[in-house]
Design a protein around this ligand. Structure first.
Ligand code: NAD
Ligand code: DAU
Length: 360
């Protein structure tokens, strides 16, 4: 089996759902269930025995160590993080705690476990660290896209904390030989994306008749990747990635934020026209910029394409239409998130389970 951290979040839950569509290998899903963790994302699994959920904090080395000893996974896929740049600006402490100290604790537990494995299992073990393109900093309009060799230059507390975690992961390979893999991916979008991030926020606000806030002049650029393409890339790296290597993952889909928001408005105009027939674009509002806002990210994904044969299956046009369709079809999910109902449900249903797992 494999251990996934942060499997109740946006990408982690998509990864687990994708995993079971391809494989029967069980997954232990270890997640603290912060505001961003939502077990409703995995409700399609029902009581599927391949999925073992354990609530816990990656900072708790002893808890992770007992899980590793009990379940003996062949790999750890590490998604758990504080992930929202705006939150890191308002309150960086949680980002240092989870992204830096938490990754350190996890590495320590993984190293102890891996050191005690038999030779063949030690050789086969993998620690896959899921990271971001934001560690490379901000590009100018004519700069070449980020390569794996681009020097780190993080600009927000979030990206600095992820950069620190990447360095720790690298050091555990260099110093102890832990078989690590690091992936640095661009902006994901798709189902179960928490509506504090640009794309789901714009869809939700548009349908609620609220303003569509665009930071600054709307000309900041991001490279967008449909989440299932990211999941497929992680699976490829897990199988054939070379320990100690990093792999950039991106969709070759650079868009300005204004383009993205206008595209969303146009799709909504077609699929869910307003009752008054007004154009959703009329709701666009330019607001004060994010402090330190990185201007442009772009990923050169040739290494993973050439070495591992991965390529995105979705274009931005196909992925964004699927995404809007998903949000239109799953407005209950959005309402539960907005009302906080999913948090109460978790408390009610998983309080005992947490206690039992802890004793095991
Ligand atoms: P998310 O915020 O949606 O989910 C994070 C998950 O981690 C949540 O389920 C949360 O409960 C859990 N978590 C947080 N702190 C924890 C802790 N201390 N112990 C255990 N679990 C904890 O994040 P996401 O967007 O799914 O991102 C997942 C990973 O991918 C992150 O490492 C992020 O840096 C990276 N990443 C995200 C994107 C993106 O566009 N969202 C792009 C590239 C890389
Ligand atoms: O690049 C990968 C990163 O992408 C991940 O590492 C992060 O975890 C993920 O959150 C995402 O970071 P961004 O800051 O790029 O995503 P966000 O959706 O917050 O913002 C996307 C762009 O849209 C960014 O330029 C800021 C802008 N924006 C965002 C919000 C929430 C707005 O203009 N208005 C908004 O209301």
């Amino acid at each position: 089996m494999i251990l996934v951290t942060g499997g109740a979040g946006f990408i982690g839950s998509n990864f687990i759902l994708d995993w079971f569509s391809q494989s029967d290998e069980p997954v232990i899903n270890f997640d603290k269930l912060t505001y961003a963790g939502n077990l409703n994302n995995l409700s399609a699994l029902g009581q599927d025995l391949r999925h073992v959920f354990v609530q816990g904090d990656i900072c708790d080395t002893a808890h992770v160590a007992s899980l590793l000893a009990t379940h003996a996974p062949r790999a750890i896929v590490h998604f758990a993080a504080e992930s929202h740049v705006d939150r890191s600006i308002h309150g960086p402490a949680d980002f240092i705690a989870t992204n830096v100290n938490g990754t350190f604790s996890l590495l320590e537990a993984a190293r102890a476990y891996w050191s005690g494995l038999r030779d063949a299992d030690r050789a086969a073990f993998r620690f896959l660290h899921v990271s971001t393109d934001e560690v490379y900093g901000s590009l100018g309009p004519d700069d070449a896209p980020f390569r794996e060799t681009t020097p780190y230059a993080p600009n927000s507390p979030y990206s600095a904390s992820k950069a620190a975690s990447d360095h720790l992961v690298r050091a555990y390979h260099h110093t102890y030989g832990l078989p690590v893999l690091t992936t640095n991916c661009s902006n994901n979008y798709g189902p179960y994306h928490f509506p504090e991030k640009l794309i789901p926020l714009i869809i939700a606000n548009a349908l609620d008749g609220k303003p569509l806030p665009i930071y600054g002049d709307g000309q900041n650029m991001r490279d967008w990747l449909y989440v299932s393409d990211h999941c497929a890339a992680i699976r490829r790296v897990l199988v054939d990635g070379r320990p100690g290597e990093t792999y950039n993952i991106g969709g070759w889909n650079e868009k300005t934020n204004l383009d993205v928001v206008q595209t969303l408005c146009d799709i909504l105009n077609a699929l869910a026209p307003r009752a008054d027939a007004a154009n959703y674009r009329n709701q666009i509002t330019f607001v004060q910029d994010r402090p330190g806002h990185d201007r442009r990210y772009a990923i050169d994904a040739r290494k993973i394409e050439q070495e591992l044969g991965w390529r995105p299956a979705e274009t931005f046009e196909s992925g964004i239409r699927k995404t809007v369709r998903w949000y239109l079809d799953n407005q209950d999910w959005v309402r539960d998130v907005q009302s906080g109902a999913y948090l109460k449900w978790v408390e009610k249903n998983y309080g005992n389970r947490q206690h039992n797992e802890r004793k095991a």
